[in-house]
Write a protein that binds this ligand. Structure first.
Ligand SMILES: Nc1nc2c(ncn2[C@@H]2O[C@H](COP(=O)(O)OP(=O)(O)OP(=O)(O)O)[C@@H](O)[C@H]2O)c(=O)[nH]1
Ligand SMILES: [Mg+2]
Length: 328
C-alpha cells in the first residue's frame, strides 16, 4: 500500500474537473492535522500528541491535475469543559456548514467509543435524512471513513478493525491510512477526489492555504512551543501576531536592518507560567525562533525577525472578553 512521492493523479483528458470543501472531523488526537499536512505535503496545520491542538478551522488547499480540494481541519469534537472548549465546538459547527464531503477520522488503535457515536449523530442531524420506508439514513454529501494510524496494527487486527468500522455507519467508502508512514495517502487523495462534485478551480496552483500570514505564523509559534515545552503547559497558551512590519513600508526603526519585523504576543493564564515559557536564560524563546526561522521567512516572503513577548491574560480560557480579544 506504500505510495511513492510521485504518485500523482493520472488524467486521460476526459475526467471532469472537481472541486469543493472537505470537512475533516473526528475526536481529539485522531490525526486530522497530521493527515492534512501529509495530503498537502507541507506543514500548514500544527499537530501534537495533546488533544485540543487545533483551535481554528484551518483550510488547506490540495490541488491535483483534475481537482482542487479545500481540506478544512477542525478542532477535535468533544464534550466541552471550558468556555474555550465550547468555542472550539462552535468552530466545528461553522466549518461543517456548506461542505461538499465529510472525512470522518477514526483511529485504528482505539475502540469506537461514545465520542464517535456523538459525532455520527451530529453529522446525521445535519447531513442526512431518514428514509421512512427502510429506516436507513440517506446522506446529502459523501461520508468517507478514514481509519488512521494503521501502523499501530498488524494485518489481521487491521482487517477486523476495517470490518468493525464499515458496520459502524453507512459510509460511502472506508479507507485505511498511516499519515506518519505515508502509507496509502495517495489512495485517500483518490477517494476524496472521486467523491467530490464537478466544479472549477478556485485558487492558483501554488496556493496551499487560505490563512493570512499572521494566522499561519501564530499557529506555527504555538506549535513550536508545544514541542519545546513537553508537558509543562498543555492548554494555557494563546498566540497572536500583532503586526508584520516590512522595511520601506513602515516607520518601525526595527526594520532598518532590512528585515521584516514580526511582533508576536504569547499569552499564558497565570504569572507563574511566564518563566516556564521563557525558560532559563530565555532558552525556549531562542529555540522557538531558531526552529521557525526558515518557515517564517518563507511565509513573509523575505528575511524576517521574530520578536516574541510573553504576556499574562488571567484565566483567558474561561473569560469571554479575553477569548474574543485572542480571536476566539
Ligand atoms: N502512529 C501514528 N500516529 C499518528 C499518525 N497520525 C498522527 N499521529 C499522532 O497522533 C497525535 C495527534 O495528531 P494530530 O494530527 O495533532 O491529531 P488531531 O486529530 O489533529 O488532534 P486535535 O487537533 O487535538 O483534535 C500526534 O502525536 C501524531 O503524531 C499515524 O498515522 N500513526
Ligand atoms: Mg488537529
Amino acid at each position: 500500500m506504500t505510495d511513492s512521492k510521485n504518485n500523482e493523479q493520472q488524467t486521460d483528458g476526459k475526467e471532469p474537473y472537481r472541486s469543493g470543501f472537505v470537512a475533516v472531523v473526528g475526536r481529539p488526537n485522531v490525526g486530522k492535522s497530521t493527515l492534512i499536512n501529509s495530503l498537502i505535503g507541507t506543514q500548514i496545520a500544527i499537530a501534537s500528541s495533546r488533544p485540543e491542538t487545533t483551535r481554528k478551522a484551518i483550510r488547506g488547499i490540495l490541488t491535483t491535475d483534475n481537482a482542487q480540494l479545500v481540506l478544512v481541519d477542525t478542532p477535535g469534537i468533544h464534550r466541552p469543559r471550558t468556555l474555550l472548549g465550547q468555542r472550539l465546538n462552535d468552530v466545528v459547527d461553522e466549518s461543517l456548514s456548506d461542505v461538499d464531503e465529510i472525512a470522518f477520522l477514526l483511529p485504528a488503535d482505539q475502540e469506537i467509543g461514545p465520542g464517535d457515536k456523538r459525532i455520527l449523530s451530529r453529522l446525521r442531524s445535519e447531513f442526512a435524512r431518514k428514509d421512512e420506508k427502510t429506516g436507513k439514513f440517506i446522506w446529502k454529501v459523501p461520508l468517507i471513513a478514514i481509519v488512521t494510524k494503521i501502523d499501530e496494527l498488524n494485518r489481521q487486527e487491521l482487517m477486523a478493525k476495517l470490518i468493525e468500522i464499515s458496520q459502524f455507519a453507512d459510509f460511502t467508502d472506508v479507507v485505511p491510512v498511516s499519515a506518519l508512514e505515508r502509507d496509502n495517502v495517495a489512495e485517500v487523495k483518490r477517494v476524496l477526489v472521486e467523491n467530490m462534485p464537478e466544479g472549477p478551480q478556485m485558487y492558483p496552483d501554488d496556493q496551499i492555504t487560505e490563512e493570512k500570514p499572521e494566522d499561519t505564523i501564530a499557529e506555527l509559534v504555538r506549535g513550536a512551543f508545544l514541542e519545546e515545552l513537553d508537558d509543562e503547559l498543555p492548554h494555557s497558551l494563546a498566540v497572536v501576531v500583532d503586526s508584520i512590519d516590512r522595511p520601506g513600508e513602515s516607520d518601525n526603526p526595527e526594520t532598518e536592518d532590512g528585515k521584516a519585523h514580526v511582533l508576536v504576543s504569547i499569552y499564558v493564564e497565570r504569572d507563574s507560567q511566564k518563566p516556564i515559557i521563557i525558560g532559563h536564560r530565555a532558552e525556549h524563546l531562542v529555540q522557538v525562533k531558531k526552529r521557525l526561522r526558515t518557515a517564517v521567512n518563507r511565509i513573509v516572503g523575505q528575511k524576517s525577525k521574530l520578536d516574541l513577548h510573553v504576556k499574562v491574560a488571567k484565566g483567558w480560557q474561561s473569560d469571554p472578553k479575553q477569548l474574543e480579544r485572542l480571536g476566539f
